[in-house]
Design a protein around this ligand. Structure first.
Ligand code: SAM
Length: 305
C-alpha cells in the first residue's frame, strides 16, 4: 500500500518516492542494453539488482522483456534525458566549472561514469538511506568515482544548504546544478524554495538544468492519474505494489522555466518530443501524461539582472 505524501515522509530505494529512483535506474539499464549510443550506464543494472525489488531486477537484467511494463516511450525518454544531462554537465565542466551539485541524485552514477576534468567536485544530495545505499553498493562493486565525490544526505524540504556547506560546498565558486526527475515530487512551495535557494547559492556564471512541466489543461490531471493507475496496476500484477499517482504532488504550481527566468537565469531548452526527433527516435503518442511536452531546460545565471 502506498500512502499519500506527507510533510517529512521518508523512504529507501524500495519504497515510496525512493522506488522511483530504482525504476529510473531500471529503465536506464534497459536502455543501455538496447543501444549505447545515447546512454551508457554500466552501474544501473548492478545498483537495481542490489536494491532487491524482484520485478525491477528482472527488468534491469533483461530476464523479463520490458514489453508492456516499460513502454518504448519510457526507454527512449530515458535515453534522451540521460544524454541531455550528461551533455549539460560535460559542457559546464569543460567550460571550467569545477563544482557540481546533483540534487535528488537517486541511483544516478554520473559521479562514477562521466569523464570529469581533474579537480571537479561532485556533490550528491538525496535522502540519507538513498545516498548511503549507493555509496556502499558502488564501493562493494569496486567502482571508483571519476571526480571528488561528496555527499549531503538530507531531505530537500529541510535545511539542505547547511548539509551541502558542511560537505565542503563553496557558494563563491560557480556551480553546475541539476534537479533531474525531482520537481513533481516536491510540493509547489518547496519547488519554488528549492529554485530560490539554488539561485541564492549560485555565484555568477553558475549553470542549472532541470525539467519544466507545463501546467495541466482542465481535466488533464484526471487523465494523468488514470494513466498512472493503469501503469501501477500492471506493476501490481507482477507483485510490485506502488501507487504512482500518490507519489507526485498534483495541482497548479509555478512552471520551473519561467520561474527560473524570473530569478535571472538565461535558459534554453527542448521538449522531450523535440529531443526524440533530434536523435531520430520514434515520436510519442499522446499517452495522457504529456511526456512529450516536458521541457528540458538549462542555462546560466546572469546576476546583473
Ligand atoms: N535524479 C535521479 C534520476 O534521474 O535517476 C533520481 C530521480 S527519482 C525519480 C526521484 C529522486 O528524488 C529520488 O532519488 C528521491 O529520493 C529524490 N527526492 C524526492 N524528494 C526528495 C526530498 N524531499 N529530499 C531528498 N530527495 C528527494
Amino acid at each position: 500500500m502506498t500512502s499519500t505524501r506527507q510533510d517529512g515522509d521518508t523512504w529507501d530505494l524500495a519504497s515510496s518516492v525512493g522506488a522511483t529512483a530504482t525504476m529510473a535506474a531500471a529503465v536506464r539499464a534497459i536502455a543501455t542494453r538496447a543501444d549505447r549510443s545515447l546512454i551508457d550506464d554500466p552501474f544501473a543494472e548492478p545498483l537495481v539488482r542490489a536494491v532487491g525489488v524482484e520485478l525491477l531486477t528482472r527488468l534491469a537484467t533483461g530476464e523479463l522483456p520490458p514489453g508492456e511494463l516499460v513502454g518504448q516511450v519510457a526507454i527512449d525518454g530515458a535515453k534522451v534525458r540521460t544524454k541531455f544531462y550528461d551533455e549539460f554537465f560535460l559542457d559546464a565542466a569543460n567550460a571550467g566549472i569545477a563544482q557540481v551539485v546533483i540534487l535528488a541524485s537517486g541511483l544516478d552514477s554520473r559521479a562514477y561514469r562521466l569523464p570529469w576534468p581533474a579537480g571537479t567536485v561532485v556533490y550528491e544530495v538525496d535522502q540519507p538511506p538513498v545516498v548511503e545505499f549507493k555509496t556502499r553498493t558502488l564501493a562493494e562493486l569496486g567502482a571508483e568515482p571519476t571526480a571528488d565525490r561528496r555527499v549531503a544526505a538530507v531531505d530537500l524540504r529541510d535545511d539542505w544548504p547547511a548539509a551541502l556547506r558542511a560537505a565542503g560546498f563553496d557558494p563563491a565558486r560557480p556551480t553546475a546544478w541539476s534537479a533531474e526527475g525531482l520537481l513533481g515530487y516536491l510540493p509547489p512551495e518547496a519547488q519554488d524554495r528549492l529554485l530560490d535557494t539554488i539561485t541564492e547559492l549560485s555565484a555568477p556564471g553558475s549553470r542549472v538544468a532541470t525539467e519544466s512541466r507545463p501546467n495541466p489543461r482542465p481535466g488533464e490531471e484526471e487523465k494523468t492519474k488514470e494513466s498512472l493507475a493503469r501503469i501501477s496496476e500492471r506493476w501490481r500484477e507482477h507483485s510490485f505494489v506502488t501507487d504512482m499517482a500518490k507519489l507526485r504532488y498534483f495541482g497548479e504550481r509555478n512552471e520551473a522555466a519561467p520561474y527560473l527566468t524570473g530569478l535571472g537565469w538565461a535558459l534554453t531548452g527542448a521538449t522531450t518530443r523535440e529531443l526524440l526527433a533530434a536523435h531520430g527516435l520514434l515520436p510519442l503518442a499522446d499517452d495522457g501524461l504529456r511526456m512529450g511536452d516536458l521541457r528540458y531546460v538549462s542555462g546560466v545565471l546572469d546576476k546583473t539582472k
